[in-house]
Design a protein around this ligand. Structure first.
Ligand SMILES: [Zn+2]
Length: 334
């Protein structure tokens, strides 16, 4: 019996099953995921990483993305933080006991479950057992050089692969659970916030305004509001020169109508709150380079994504919070 091959095929089948399930809360307020404390999980990731040669930021990122996109049906069966193995994979496909927590019989039937904390049981809701099983599966399946391939097998979704990679880079650079936000315009520059989320827009057909406009002079620095990675950078006929940054809550920060980008900033780069990412302009509403069709301003949008749904929510309450925070403007790109 070729165990690893069986494991691979059924992981893929699970992902298809999981992908077809829908249903999630839609609320702008709910932008942060419940997160175990660092004392709880980071040592477990590090231990698993050391044992199986899988970088801990990847383990953390897989868990994070799985948590943020966990369908309701899976959450009911696996009401714990992080990636959930299908019970049959944990126990072993041929195991007559589909919810087996005994290391010996799990091993006998080629299950992926592990007893990481040596308490005599291999239970998926014990993070030590689960994370170690995850790391071992990744290591045996593809080896450390191609973690991405394993991520693909786990989620069967190119978007998931990109985001897990992005999350892993954030963890790699800023450590576990970096927190903090920044108002997107330096407060010592003149600016005016127009709270017009949801208002009608005439250009480009019937649309609603999925963000807030912050009016400022040409060339005013635009700052990253979060710890995140640059998911998108370039031209769009509505947004002009724009940047999209995604954070560890799977929230997408959209900055549009820029006059230029920060020098050296590339797609995939990680950024931190206060880092200059570009400059205010009036680009957009036409082919690449179109500018001056409206007064210079930063269009700032926020989008929440569950992996199955994405929706814009009103940035005004968060902007008001961030506006009260001290700012630390960072010009350097590394
Ligand atoms: Zn706007």
């Amino acid at each position: 019996m070729n165990v690893s091959r069986q494991g691979r095929m059924s992981l893929a089948a699970l992902a298809v099953l999981v992908g077809s399930v829908t249903g999630s809360p839609r609320s702008g307020a709910q932008v942060t995921a419940s997160l175990p404390s660092s004392e709880e999980l980071l040592p477990i990731y590090r231990e698993a990483a050391a044992r199986y040669d899988v970088p801990w930021p990847y383990l953390a990122a897989i868990d994070r993305y799985a948590e943020l996109t966990k369908p309701k049906s899976v959450r009911e069966e696996a009401p714990y933080y992080g990636y959930a193995f299908h019970p049959a994979l944990w126990s072993g496909i041929a195991n007559p006991q589909p919810y087996d927590y005994h290391p010996f019989t799990i091993r006998l039937f080629g299950g992926l479950g592990l007893d990481g904390d040596h308490d005599g049981l291999a239970v998926p809701w014990d993070a030590r057992d689960r994370v170690l099983a995850m790391a071992r599966w990744i290591d045996h399946h593809v080896g450390e050089s191609e973690v991405e391939e394993a991520v693909w097998e786990m989620f069967q979704d190119p978007v998931a692969v990109d985001r897990v990679n992005g999350f892993a880079r954030i963890y790699q650079r800023f450590g576990w659970n970096p927190t903090g936000h920044c108002f997107p315009i330096p407060k010592r520059y003149p600016y005016t916030v127009k709270h017009t989320f949801g208002a009608g827009r005439s250009w480009g057909g019937r649309r609603i305004h999925e963000g807030v406009d912050i009016f400022a002079h040409y060339g005013t620095p635009v700052l990253a509001s979060c710890y995140g990675y640059v998911e998108l950078k370039g031209w769009n006929r509505y947004g002009g020169w724009r940047i999209g940054i995604r954070d560890l809550h799977n929230v997408y920060y959209y900055y549009a109508h820029l006059s230029s980008f920060a020098k050296g900033l590339r797609r995939g780069d990680v950024v931190q709150p206060g880092q200059v990412i570009g400059y205010v302009g009036s680009s957009g509403y036409g082919p690449p380079g179109t500018s001056g069709k409206f007064p210079p301003h930063l269009h700032f949008g926020l989008y929440k994504d569950t992996g199955r749904h994405e929706w814009a929510f009103n940035p005004s309450p968060l902007l008001a919070q961030w506006e009260r925070l001290p700012q630390h403007v960072i010009y350097a790109n590394r």
